[in-house]
Design a protein. Structure first.
Length: 130
């Protein structure tokens, strides 16, 4: 079995600001920034994430993430936007149901040519805490 060549040392720097009660009692807001110094690219990320309690059992969690990638081995770049929203329903103390829906838009640019793509996604799941 053949192995893969290593990437060498890669660096990740991040910072977050977290606040509660920013818009209303019981909400949670997170603003995150990240810089990744990778062997093949530099990446910059902004992540905005909020969670609002509708009532004791139901929460809404909108999120927006944006990435910019600058390739080191060619003149390629990528801009990504990923808006999504999650709905959480607490069935009881141990079981919660989750539903995510969102999209991802990408613009890849290389050799002066741009290509756009857009994908939609949904995730349905449950979580058991014990």
């Amino acid at each position: 079995m053949e192995g893969f060549e290593g990437t060498g040392v890669e660096y990740f720097y991040s910072a977050q600001l977290i606040g509660s009660g920013v818009i209303e009692d019981g909400d949670l807001t997170v603003v995150g920034l990240r810089y990744s110094d990778l062997s093949t690219s530099d990446r910059y990320t902004i992540d905005l994430n909020t969670r609002y309690p509708v009532d004791r059992s139901f929460r809404v969690n909108p999120r927006l993430r944006s990435d910019y990638r600058d390739n080191k081995n060619n003149d390629g770049t990528r801009i990504s936007l990923r808006p999504s929203i999650r709905f959480d329903y607490l069935w009881n103390r141990e079981l919660s149901l989750e539903f995510d829906i969102g999209g991802e838009w990408n613009r890849d640019k290389r050799d002066g040519v741009s290509e756009d793509s857009f994908d939609l996604f949904t995730i349905i799941g449950y979580r058991v805490d014990f």
